[in-house]
Design a protein. Structure first.
Length: 205
């Protein structure tokens, strides 16, 4: 007795051809238009957060040390024994600048955030900031309570980014345009335009 062939037996396999990605490399220089305020997570803050998650007993509040708070707010790439800022190198998370460019898609037509997020990447986790940091003191409100924050800022700064991008999705000109818009409308760091501030603005130089 003959058996009936299934569709699976008679179907012809279809070859799937994926278009090759056009991965290219470019460099952009970002020039600060307003001070860049840093706020790295200090070891003390990370330890306190972990203690809360582990339900450890709350420790007594330590005496505020403005200088220690200032130094812990900075992203140090290369330290110096005497903490001479002119001989040190500082950085800033690369993801902050990428987020500014991706979020800028809200201000342009034809490019979605999903497309931009996968179309380019900044090389490295940390971007070196060219500039000299100085301490600043700000009054802030946390959980309806007033507090003082001591952080570092770069009043004049620039950063050079190495970017890998898929040229079949976005061109170098489009990416540069997103960074320009992101630097104006979104910014980076504390009190940036995205958070109702005016700090951390930049343009492509």
């Amino acid at each position: 007795m003959a058996t009936k062939k299934s569709k699976t037996d008679t179907a012809t396999a279809t070859a799937i051809t994926l278009p090759a990605m056009q991965i290219e490399r470019m460099q952009l220089t970002l020039v600060g238009d307003s001070p860049l305020i840093c706020h790295a997570w200090s070891e003390k803050a990370k330890r306190a957060m972990l203690d809360r998650q582990m339900k450890k007993a709350k420790q007594a509040r330590e005496t505020r040390d403005p200088e220690a708070d200032y130094w812990s707010s900075l992203y140090v790439i290369k330290d110096h024994p005497e903490r001479d800022v002119t001989k040190m190198r500082f950085g800033f998370p690369a993801v902050a600048f990428k987020s500014a460019a991706v979020d800028a898609c809200s201000h342009v037509q034809g490019i979605t955030k999903v497309e931009a997020r996968g179309a380019f990447h900044i090389d490295g986790d940390m971007v070196q900031i060219n500039g000299v940091p100085t301490p600043r003191e700000d009054m802030v409100r946390v959980m309806n309570s007033a507090d003082i924050r001591f952080r570092g800022e770069f009043r004049e700064w620039s950063a050079r980014l190495t970017i890998l991008y898929n040229a079949s999705v976005l061109s170098a000109e489009q990416i540069a345009h997103l960074f320009t818009l992101g630097g104006f409308a979104i910014g980076a760091g504390e009190w940036r335009p995205q958070k109702d501030g005016s700090f951390g603005r930049f343009h492509v130089g």
